[in-house]
Write a protein that binds this ligand. Structure first.
Ligand code: HEC
Ligand code: HEC
Ligand code: HEC
Ligand code: HEC
Ligand code: HEC
Ligand code: HEC
Length: 418
């Protein structure tokens, strides 16, 4: 029995080593690598993003060694004078594809995955996050394997326990027959018997411990990679302010409160004084009564009975919903005033939201996609009219080509990045 047991343990140990190492191999599979390194600029389809769609890429690069050196460091590769690569580079407005710190095997994995169009069904919708969602399948797969192995492991452990108990009862049966009196064990609480079991089965405990640690690390990693974290983000705010009531039912214009939106980079959140334009009079709401409006008064140290302001003001600490990384430049007035884009196109139907939620993914792919598709409104704008003339007179111009934001520089790295 002992022999049997240690063999099983060895088998289990192998099982778990495989589970753990393969979960890092999973991390290396094409879909994940693509998502982590390439999805901000490429789609695994025919569609362009910042760079070309990578479906069927192998047919375009028959020499694998060249393809690998391109991905590793495109700038270096261009210096070899390769005609195809240099033409592509020109075609993409000399955008530099950043060097990718991946091993050959990893690059092959990404290429193989993208070459066949990613995971079916291939995403056809616009943003990179959706392209990425296509690859989500394989991520769930790797998760599923992980959990299956976990469950198999646990079942094996239970099996060993059961076999152990059977063995023991058999032994005591034999003992009884031979007239040996087995010692009477004290009755243990479940916790005590668990401790006893744990102290007798240190290896199993160590393996379970290791599994839990690996699992938490994996969760933490996914969290860090920001996989699907922000879209739909709708934090609870310090005051239950409802856009549905204000912008919807009461038709208050967005710019009444977000006064910066047409003249500056930021849309700004209104100060409590703006609320008081109305709430000095409206002291009660239909939904929350006086409860929530009272918090405006508290922030301003205002007494609604005497209508007197005290000295202890403190700002209302609204929680930011939308937040681009610091290296990205985004300007509201350029989009709202000059580009005439409606708030809803990016923020969704805010006027029917009781709690604001992030409607768009705010990824690079999302910005670029709109810039590629949206045509410039060049009428009544001298500067754009000039650019439009140049565009139409360019020898490369074909009838039907669209004068998009991309054509006026909306795809240049430096326009969006500091
Ligand atoms: C920051 C944007 C960016 C990232 C990230 C990026 N690329 Fe690119 N890639 C480009 C651009 C732009 C081109 C077009 C050529 C040029 O302008 O240099 C390109 C071209 C390519 C080509 C040649 C396409 C063709 O049609 O022949 C391949 C292959 C490629 N990239 C693979 C990758 C892989 C694999 C990754 C991830 C490991 C990746 N790229 C990450 C921007 C990027
Ligand atoms: C009566 C004032 C008021 C009006 C009118 C108003 N808002 Fe707001 N808005 C706020 C306040 C206060 C917040 C911060 C609290 C919150 O997020 O709910 C906010 C937050 C937001 C946010 C999230 C900001 C973030 O943290 O990222 C968006 C987007 C937004 N508003 C869009 C709109 C749009 C679009 C309209 C018009 C349909 C509008 N707002 C009308 C007061 C207003
Ligand atoms: C232009 C006028 C106006 C402004 C400015 C305004 N509100 Fe209101 N607010 C209203 C109206 C109208 C109601 C609906 C009252 C009712 O239910 O009869 C309301 C209701 C509310 C309610 C209660 C909702 C309910 O039904 O329980 C809260 C909370 C509130 N507002 C917070 C704010 C805050 C915070 C600000 C400043 C960021 C603000 N309001 C700015 C007009 C305004
Ligand atoms: C082209 C897309 C787009 C349009 C159109 C747009 N927004 Fe935004 N909005 C964003 C992005 C992106 C952010 C995040 C900005 C950041 O983190 O720097 C944002 C952030 C905000 C915020 C948070 C405060 C800030 O400035 O960062 C508010 C409030 C807001 N928008 C309101 C509006 C309103 C009101 C309109 C319409 C008048 C509008 N937005 C139109 C994309 C857009
Ligand atoms: C819904 C479509 C849309 C989305 C989404 C969008 N933009 Fe734009 N963007 C436009 C339009 C339209 C213009 C042209 C405005 C004009 O006429 O100057 C523009 C112009 C710009 C410009 C100026 C380009 C130039 O050549 O002067 C920058 C920079 C910019 N956008 C950044 C961003 C960033 C960053 C994001 C994502 C966070 C984003 N945009 C998302 C539509 C969009
Ligand atoms: C239209 C605006 C826009 C243009 C043009 C643009 N970017 Fe970005 N970029 C963004 C936004 C927005 C993010 C933040 C995305 C996020 O946080 O998910 C970003 C993120 C990045 C990141 C961080 C990695 C990531 O995916 O979050 C890199 C690197 C990057 N961009 C490189 C480039 C390069 C190189 C170019 C030129 C080929 C370029 N960008 C052109 C808007 C743009």
């Amino acid at each position: 029995m002992h022999l049997f047991r240690s063999n099983i343990l060895r088998f289990l140990a192998v099982c778990f080593t495989v589970a753990i190492t393969s979960s890092s191999t999973f991390a290396q599979d094409g879909a994940k690598l693509f998502k982590g390194n390439c999805a901000s600029c490429h789609k695994p389809t025919d569609q362009k993003l910042v760079g070309p769609g990578l479906k069927g890429i192998r047919a375009r690069w028959t020499d694998e060694a060249k393809l690998i050196s391109w991905v590793k460091n495109s700038t270096e590769f261009l210096k070899t004078g390769d005609a195809y690569a240099n033409k592509l580079y020109e075609q993409y407005g000399k955008s530099i594809m950043p060097a990718q710190a991946l091993s050959d095997a990893e690059i092959i994995a990404v290429i193989d995955w993208a070459d066949k169009g990613g995971d079916a069904p291939v995403a056809t919708t616009a943003d990179a996050k959706t392209a990425v969602a296509g690859s989500g399948d394989s991520e769930t797969n790797s998760d599923t394997y992980f959990y299956i192995l976990l469950v198999v492991g646990l079942i094996l452990i239970i099996l060993i326990r059961v076999l152990g108990t059977v063995n023991k009862s058999l032994k005591s049966l034999v003992d009884e027959k031979q007239g040996i009196v087995t010692e009477i064990k004290p009755v243990l609480s479940p916790y005590q018997s668990f401790r006893l079991w744990a102290s007798q089965n240190k290896k199993i405990v160590a393996i379970i411990g290791l599994l839990i640690v690996t699992w938490s690390l994996k969760q933490g990693w996914d969290g860090l990679m920001g996989i699907g974290v922000y879209q739909g983000y709708a934090p609870e705010q310090p005051i239950k302010f409802s856009h549905e009531i204000h912008a919807g039912q009461n038709q208050i214009a967005c710019v009444y409160c977000h006064s910066g939106v047409e003249k500056s980079k930021h849309a700004n959140i209104p100060s409590a004084n703006v609320c008081m334009n109305c709430h000095a009079y409206i002291q009660e709401g239909a939904v929350s009564g006086k409860e929530e409006i009272k918090k405006i008064y508290a922030a301003l140290d205002y007494n609604p009975e005497t209508r007197v302001y005290g000295p202890n003001k403190k700002p209302i600490e609204w929680i930011r919903v939308h937040n681009l990384p610091d290296h990205v430049y985004f300007n509201h007035s350029q989009h709202v005033k000059v580009g005439k884009i409606e708030c809803t196109q990016c923020h969704g139907a805010v006027d029917s939201m009781a709690v604001v939620k992030q409607n768009s993914p705010l990824t690079m792919g999302w910005c670029i996609d709109c810039h590629r598709k949206t045509e410039v409104d060049y009428k009544d704008n001298k500067y754009y009219e000039e650019l439009h003339k140049q565009f139409v007179n360019d020898p490369a111009y074909k009838k039907g080509d669209k004068f998009t934001i991309g054509k006026i520089g909306g795809l240049e790295c430096s326009k969006c990045h500091y």
